[in-house]
Design a protein around this ligand. Structure first.
Ligand code: SAH
Length: 229
């Protein structure tokens, strides 16, 4: 009898997914780092609670995955701070029946957060090694609604345009005109604009017919937007 109970207990313990080790941490950081700073969009909060951020960082940084800061992901690039990912996601007012384009896949974390909310996510990465590793990671984690491409995101992704929203996660010195063109009427784009590593601001761009409205939202520091050959 004791043996049966003991082995049942073992079985139950073994069935608890590994995820749960960080599930509580995610709940805590959503409250402390994100809700406390004013993010209220429910789908965004739920997505951050769900995506296993520790699977998007290099193995030696797993214990830091939920720190309130960006982390290096190799090739001089970074995975953004959880708050900034939440902020950018909320800013585009994400809805399930949408098509979103991300420029700068990096680790794939922002793409995964978007994919928890939005049906079709397209993401472009200029560094081939990061493109390959993030594509594999997103695939292994079961994100079937994310399509990855290895290219210079300056030109957007004409084949799938227009997009309801565009999220750029590298700082450009100016807003790439092809991205504005590929934004749907009524669409929103969020992009850090400014000099490399200095005075940058997150800019929200809203398109209404031919009219483009820009709003400066938040001072930020992103890695530079690079250009291909
Ligand atoms: N969104 C990422 C963070 C990315 S850091 C994440 O969640 O992890 C910015 C990324 O933008 C880097 O990986 C960098 O290589 C990429 N990048 C910079 N310029 C680019 C361009 N012109 N086209 C596509 N990707 C670009």
């Amino acid at each position: 009898m004791t043996i049966v109970i003991f082995s049942t207990l073992l079985l139950v313990i073994n069935c608890v997914p590994q995820e749960d080790k960080y599930g509580k941490t995610r709940d805590e950081i959503v409250t402390e780092q994100i809700e406390n700073r004013g993010i209220t969009n429910q789908p965004t909060l739920d997505a951050i609670r769900k995506v296993p951020r520790h699977k998007f960082v290099p193995p030696d940084l797993i214990e830091n995955a939920y720190d309130d800061r960006p982390l290096p992901i190799g090739y001089g690039q970074t995975i953004s701070q959880p708050y900034i990912v939440a902020y950018m996601t909320e800013a585009i007012d994400p809805k399930p029946v949408q098509k979103v384009l991300e420029i700068g896949t990096g680790s794939g974390y922002q793409a995964a957060v978007l994919a928890e909310i939005i049906d079709s996510v397209f993401t472009i990465e200029i560094i081939t090694e990061l493109y390959s590793s993030s594509q594999k990671r997103l695939n292994d984690l079961g994100y079937k609604n994310v399509l990855c491409k290895n290219a210079d995101g300056y030109y957007g992704w004409e084949k799938y345009a227009p997009f309801d929203a565009i999220v750029v996660t590298a700082a450009a010195e100016y807003i790439p005109p092809p991205l504005i063109k590929q934004l749907k009427d009524g669409g929103k784009m969020i992009i850090p604009v400014g000099s490399p590593f200095l005075n940058q601001a997150l800019i929200l761009i809203e398109k209404s017919g031919e009219a483009i409205t820009t709003t400066s939202l938040l001072p930020v520091r992103f890695v530079p937007f690079r250009r291909g050959d």
